[in-house]
Design a protein around this ligand. Structure first.
Ligand code: DGL
Length: 276
């Protein structure tokens, strides 16, 4: 039976995570789902993000995934806990859904010497306070500063990441973050779309600040998780295959996804909506 590891995002951003997971763990099969028809999630309510995420997770379970990585900070912040605690026991008690915030929070403090960490993320992730809460569990002495960057995802989704207009919004939010505390020495790209803006973010960061992306962190933690959970690991099929699904146009997905994934992609369409 084909039981790929599922990787989900509201759009293309999760591809930056899948790329690193595939590099680290090439032996597994993967199924990627981008809910491009309903992206962005970052400006939507808890109720809506939860409903959309649950629909996508349910669809991936029906495709056989024994384990799903929600490679979206917004969905991890606003939907994951409810899905894990309320839905999973009824839907698929033998399956697992993991997010990207917890694995990042487990290590982020170790990159800082000043004890001040900055989180750049969507409005939804910032408002959820998930990073503040999770980081305080693992690094109680670290102070976390957050900056919501509501236009960064639309810039990337609309292929405007190289435009001069992007500079304006990137500089503005970086400056806002460092106005909160000049001694922040670690800045996290707390949204899986942001690696596409990396070189522009670096351009406006104060010298010496480390810019952290989540792909490698999530891949390392997944490797560790699979070693600690053989009962899940042995249900993940291992033929090294990849399938990509989008809820929107496959032509758009294929044209745009290579930017995130580093190579060309042939996607398939799937229909996930409130009526399903
Ligand atoms: N990639 C998602 C994240 O990590 C973007 C969210 C959105 O759709 O706004 O938060």
């Amino acid at each position: 039976m084909h039981t790929p590891i599922g990787v989900f995002d509201s759009g293309y951003g999760g591809l930056t995570v899948l790329k690193e997971i595939e590099k680290k763990l090439p032996q597994y099969d993967y199924l990627y789902l981008g809910d491009n028809a309903r992206t962005p999630y970052g400006t939507r309510s808890y109720e809506t993000v939860y409903r959309y995420t649950l629909q996508c997770v349910t669809w991936m379970f029906h495709r056989g995934c024994p384990l799903i990585i929600i490679a979206c900070n917004t969905a991890s912040a606003k939907a994951l806990r409810t899905i894990q605690q309320k839905d999973l026991p009824q839907l698929a008690p033998e399956k697992r859904v993991l997010g990207v915030i917890r694995p990042t929070a487990e290590v982020i403090g170790s990159f800082s010497t000043s004890g001040k960490v900055g989180i750049l993320a969507t409005k939804g992730t910032v408002e959820s306070q998930s990073y503040v809460i999770e980081i305080s569990r693992f690094f109680p002495d670290i102070t976390v500063y957050q900056e919501a960057c509501p236009l960064w995802v639309p810039l990337v989704e609309n292929n405007e990441q190289e435009s001069p207009g992007a500079d304006y919004f990137i500089e503005k939010h970086i400056n806002n973050l460092f106005r909160k505390d000049k001694s922040i020495d670690v800045a996290l790209m707390g949204c899986t779309h942001y690696p596409l803006l990396k070189h522009k973010i670096e351009k406006f960061l104060p010298p010496g600040v480390k810019l952290i992306s989540q792909g490698e962190i999530v891949a390392d933690r997944l490797d560790d998780y699979l070693k600690r959970h053989p009962e899940i690991e042995e249900r993940c099929s291992k033929q090294g295959t990849l399938r990509f699904f989008t809820t929107d146009s496959t032509d758009d997905f294929d044209n745009h996804a290579a930017l995130f994934y580093g190579r060309s992609i042939k996607s398939e369409h799937c229909n996930i909506c409130d009526a399903n």
